[in-house]
Ligand binder design. Structure first.
Ligand SMILES: NC(=O)c1ccc[n+]([C@@H]2O[C@H](COP(=O)([O-])OP(=O)(O)OC[C@H]3O[C@@H](n4cnc5c(N)ncnc54)[C@H](OP(=O)(O)O)[C@@H]3O)[C@@H](O)[C@H]2O)c1
Length: 239
């Protein structure tokens, strides 16, 4: 896909990976609708990146807000070429002390949030396929924690294993509608993720810009060429 003038929704665009995706896509000439709960942060990003970045304040755990956000994209842009389901968080800790809210917020954001956004995006992409013969591309940001379970990550692991299953099923469901689905599984990346998760993080993580470069490469592939899953890790995580 040539990304110039394409319309992209990036969830979790206010920081970390989502911000890096937004920067890389705007640099390619795409229009990026950036979803997050923090309106002022999104507006500051627009001041920085310019008018091709469109703040789209929305909580992906709220069904009504998600519906309204995608209606706004359809109304303002008239198309949707790419959805990057990236909003997510971890809340790490032993299961026997885990507050129910920690379980729920991870499920509601990392898994049900992806469901809500994807359900709104797919009809727009199917319509595009009927018109142009190519529907679009959905990229789900899972994690290496979707491949490997670890102590104190049970809820987070469950969401990311779940997201990989969701992605594979959807990839097979939508490929004949001209819609690509790619699941991306990064290891540790230098963002505020570890602070939110309450973990120490990795000594020598990858950089968000490098993950963004790979995602752009995946999006730019030829129409009949689908990279369905990508795993990336730091070479020397301990430095
Ligand atoms: N960093 C890593 O090591 C790593 C590794 C593998 C996978 N990942 C995955 O990468 C994704 C991005 O994480 P990150 O590392 O970039 O962390 P981050 O810097 O903390 O960014 C998380 C983003 O998600 C947004 N978000 C959280 N809850 C939301 C909600 N209910 N509605 C809308 N937006 C919400 C946040 O925006 P607001 O707070 O403004 O709403 C923020 O933009 C996550 O899915 C994470 O699981 C991260």
């Amino acid at each position: 896909m040539d990304l110039k003038d394409k319309v992209v929704v990036v969830t979790g665009a206010s920081s970390g990976l989502g911000l890096a995706f937004s920067e890389a896509l705007v640099a390619k000439g795409a229009h990026v609708f950036g979803v997050s709960r923090r309106r002022e942060t999104l507006e500051a990003i627009r001041d920085d990146l310019g008018e091709r970045f469109h703040p789209l304040p929305c909580d992906v755990t709220d069904e009504v807000q998600v519906k309204m956000a995608f209606e706004a994209v359809a109304r303002e842009a008239g198309q949707l070429d790419v959805l990057i389901n990236n909003a997510g968080l971890g809340k790490f800790g032993p299961l026997d002390g885990m507050p129910t809210e920690h379980w729920t917020v991870q499920m509601e954001t990392n898994l049900s949030g992806v469901f809500r956004c994807t359900r709104e995006a797919v009809p727009l992409m199917k319509r595009q396929n009927a018109k142009d013969g190519f529907g679009g591309h959905i990229v789900n940001i899972a994690s290496i924690a979707g491949l490997i379970g670890n102590p104190n990550l049970s809820a987070y692991n469950a969401t990311k294993f779940g997201l990989r299953g969701f992605s594979e099923a959807l990839m097979k469901e939508l490929r004949d509608d001209g819609i690509k689905v790619t699941c991306v599984c990064p290891g540790s990346v230098a963002t505020r993720f570890a602070d939110v998760a309450g973990s120490q993080g990795t000594a020598n993580p990858m950089q968000a810009e490098d993950i963004a470069e790979t995602v752009v490469h995946v999006l730019e592939g030829p129409d009949n060429y689908l990279i369905s899953e990508v795993v990336m890790r730091p070479l020397r995580p301990k430095g």
